[in-house]
Design a protein around this ligand. Sequence first.
Ligand SMILES: *Cc1c(COP(=O)(O)O)cnc(C)c1O
Ligand code: SF4
Length: 331
Amino acid sequence: MMLVAKETSWQRQLSDLITDPAELLSMLNLSPGDYPVPDDILATFPLKVPRAFVSRMRPGDPLDPLLRQVLPIMEEGDDTPGFTIDPLSEADFNPQAGILHKYQGRILVLAAPHCAIHCRYCFRRHFPYDENIPGRAHWEESLKWLADRPDIREVIYSGGDPLAANDRHLAWLTKRISEIPHIRRLRIHTRTPVVIPARVNESLLTWLNDCQLQKVMVVHINHAQEIDAEVAQALQKLRNANVTLLNQSVLLKGINDNVDALEALSESLSAAGVLPYYLHMLDRVQGVAHFNVSDDRAFALMDKLKARLPGFLVPSLVREEPGETSKTRLI
Ligand SMILES: *Cc1c(COP(=O)(O)O)cnc(C)c1O
Ligand code: SF4
């Protein structure tokens, strides 16, 4: 008889994602018939959620803030004016396959084309990843491009989700980037340690420890309920590897658009050694309008939040505006 290991490897978990809405709903004691799913949207941006993330959802609650982040609903089919395919005009800032260069001194490297989870509010849900999956030869070209750009001091691994890539590739890329003298900082934007905490394993920690650049990881947590003991432990391991931990969230209607949820999120992050960085206004991408929180409501929430928390636990409310030289700080 085979024993089932309590901690399955992250790759196993990644190949065992829940992709069937009916299965997800049944696991939560919800009746699939009550929650119609838009089939055409499911075909282009499927449901994808790791079991470790589902285990933090409250059974029987269709409004659970974690469930709402991943369950496709009919409203995604709404065509709302102002919500477009590429609201950030990212296609204009793609100098090399796999690189986005928009802001001075730092570049985004699309280190992996996919994610461990599909967030329904995702601003890159329509991004042409297929044109942005470089092989080794392409990376060599990108590294050459980077070596010729002394103005760039920080490399940001993004995606998709960079930690959905394997460690062999990431260790190789990181070593090569570290060898470029003008690069000082490596930043990793990822949701994988949150949705599959087993991702923070020895091989990840080994290349992080080997990397002599200043290391920052921005995890993406939207609600305090996402942080359980296993996530907290994974975050602790990253801190032990000298990684500065920051968090960015998206302000999402029905998920975290109330002051109690935002306060609890900041407090839970703080307890896990993570500082709040950005609270993003939703990017106006097609299919996400039902998550939108108005500016006025966002400002009112921030005022209340500031009254409750020390300044260092209040994230900056930001919006990404195409054509600006940085994210726009609203508060
Ligand atoms: C958000 C973003 C960055 C990083 O911006 P910070 O304000 O430094 O966090 C860099 N490049 C692109 C293309 C971005 O969208
Ligand atoms: S992890 Fe990030 S890039 Fe991936 S689906 Fe979620 S929001 Fe989008």
